[in-house]
Design a binder for this molecule. Structure first.
Ligand code: IMP
Length: 203
C-alpha cells in the first residue's frame, strides 16, 4: 500500500525557490490567471490553425513551463523543438547582443512554426530569431509570448499571441529567472533588490 506523504512543514514557496534576504518578491500575475490566459491563447491559436500540425519552438530556458502548458491546451498534432540564445548576463541587464548557444534539432522548412517566448523586452532576441527562422522557409511563422514589456521595446517586432502586457519591472517565476533562481515559482512575481526595493531596470 502506498504510504501517505508526511505532512510537510509549512514553508513559503518563495523561500524554498531560493529567495535571498535582500530580495523581495511581489505576485504580479497569479498562477490561476496564467492558466486561464494560456487556455485562451491556445484557443486563439487553434482558431487560426484548426487542423494544422503545430511545431512549437521554445526559447530556452524561460519558456519551458509556458510551452508545456500551452502544448497541453492546444490539442491536435503538436511537436516541440528548442533553441537557446543568450542576450542577458547573470543579472537583470541585457548585454544587447544575441548569441546562439544551441540551434534547433530539426528543419522547420514547410512547417507551421510557433515560436514560444517567455517575455518580450527589448525585442532584440525575437528579432534575431525571426530573421534566422524566416530564412529557413517555414510554411507559417508565428510568435506566442506570455509577457510583453511594451515600454522597453527597441526592435520593431511584435508577437501574434500575447498573454499579458506588463509594466517595466524585472519579473521571475513560471520559467523566468533571476540568476537561475525562481523559475519554479507558480506565479509571475516582481523581484526587487535591497531595502529601498529598487530594481536595476528602474535605476
Ligand atoms: P529581449 O531580447 O530584451 O526582448 O529579452 C528577451 C529575454 O530576456 C527573455 O527571453 C528573458 O530571458 C530575458 N528577460 C527580459 N526581461 C526579463 C525579466 O523581467 N525577467 C527575466 N528575464 C527577462
Amino acid at each position: 500500500m502506498p504510504t501517505k506523504p508526511a505532512n510537510p512543514a509549512k514553508r513559503s514557496t518563495k523561500m524554498s525557490a531560493g529567495q535571498r534576504a535582500e530580495e523581495s518578491l511581489r505576485v504580479l500575475i497569479s498562477h490561476s490567471r496564467i492558466r486561464a490566459r494560456v487556455r485562451q491563447m491556445a484557443q486563439e491559436i487553434r482558431r487560426d490553425f484548426p487542423d494544422e500540425p503545430m511545431h512549437l519552438v521554445g526559447v530556452l530556458k524561460g519558456s519551458i513551463l509556458f510551452l508545456a502548458d500551452l502544448a497541453r491546451e492546444l490539442g491536435g498534432e503538436v511537436s516541440f523543438d528548442f533553441i537557446s540564445v543568450s542576450s542577458y548576463g547573470k543579472g537583470m541587464d541585457s548585454t544587447g547582443e544575441v548569441k546562439m548557444i544551441k540551434d534547433l534539432d530539426v528543419s522547420i522548412e514547410g512547417r507551421s512554426v510557433l515560436v514560444v517566448e517567455d517575455i518580450l523586452d527589448t525585442g532584440l532576441t525575437l528579432k534575431y530569431l525571426l530573421r534566422l527562422f524566416e530564412e529557413r522557409k517555414p510554411k507559417h511563422l508565428r510568435v506566442a509570448v506570455l509577457l510583453d514589456k511594451v515600454e522597453r521595446r527597441i526592435a520593431d517586432v511584435r508577437a501574434d499571441y500575447t498573454g499579458f502586457v506588463i509594466p517595466n519591472e524585472f519579473v521571475v517565476g513560471y520559467g523566468l529567472d533571476y540568476d537561475e533562481r525562481y523559475r519554479n515559482l507558480p506565479d509571475v512575481c516582481v523581484v526587487r533588490l535591497g531595502p529601498g526595493g529598487k530594481t536595476k531596470v528602474e535605476a
